[in-house]
Design a protein around this ligand. Structure first.
Ligand SMILES: CC(C)(COP(=O)(O)OP(=O)(O)OC[C@H]1O[C@@H](n2cnc3c(N)ncnc32)[C@H](O)[C@@H]1OP(=O)(O)O)[C@@H](O)C(=O)NCCC(=O)NCCS
Length: 175
């Protein structure tokens, strides 16, 4: 298992080619994809997302969306991580957790650790977070991580709030 980050309660690892069922089961809940608008059709679709979207990011950018497990039980609870968006030339913070794992602070704990990893280990200059306007939980996660709200925009047809954070370890970053 390729562990990238450990926090007090969580472990973040790279997904592997064998994780399609985890992606499928996470996204089968309509509440989980309510604001992301990307339901998974079947296990083949999950495999395709894994192979074409999630796994290539690791090799290309040395980061990506990572599987999140509870350290004490190794139960899979969702994913969190950084994703380079070439069309915007920016690194995006994202997360998605099983409904039974919501409300325990896991998203904030994992998201904060990913930001720290991005700045300290990867030396990124800036990290961006976007959440659909109605997705109060996701907006709150970004705010709790110290990200700064910079405005609204329409992303893929849906109104979204955009947040950003500059690397405090890079002098002049964000000026
Ligand atoms: C958004 C999501 C990741 C939040 O996960 P979570 O583990 O419940 O988040 P946390 O427990 O870390 O909570 C963070 C804060 O958000 C608040 N929050 C969580 N859900 C909320 C909701 N529906 N409405 C208002 N506030 C909410 C929490 O109360 C907490 O704030 P507080 O500490 O001030 O009380 C989770 O709901 C999820 O996976 N949703 C589906 C996927 C998704 O929408 N991803 C984001 C796409 S932009």
């Amino acid at each position: 298992m390729d562990v990238i980050i450990e926090t007090e309660r969580l472990l973040l690892r790279t997904f592997t080619i064998n994780d399609a069922s985890l992606i499928y089961e996470l996204n089968i809940d309509p509440e989980v994809t309510r604001y992301t608008h990307d339901p998974i059709r079947d296990i083949d679709h999950a495999q395709e997302v894994l192979e074409k979207t999630i796994l290539p990011q690791y090799a290309l950018y040395n980061h990506g969306r990572w599987a999140v497990h509870i350290r004490s039980s190794m139960q899979f609870v969702g994913w969190c991580g950084l994703k380079y968006r070439s069309e915007l030339n920016e690194v995006d913070l994202g997360y998605r957790f099983q409904r039974q794992a919501w409300g325990k602070g896991y998203a904030t704990e994992a998201a904060y650790a990913c930001i720290k990893y991005g700045f300290e280990k990867l030396g990124l200059d800036r990290i961006v977070g976007r959440a659909e306007t109605g997705n109060a939980g996701s907006c709150r996660v970004l705010e709790k991580c110290g990200m700064k709200y910079i405005g609204d925009q329409v992303t893929e047809g849906h109104p979204a709030r955009t947040y950003e954070l500059y690397n405090p370890f890079i002098p002049g970053s964000g000026l």
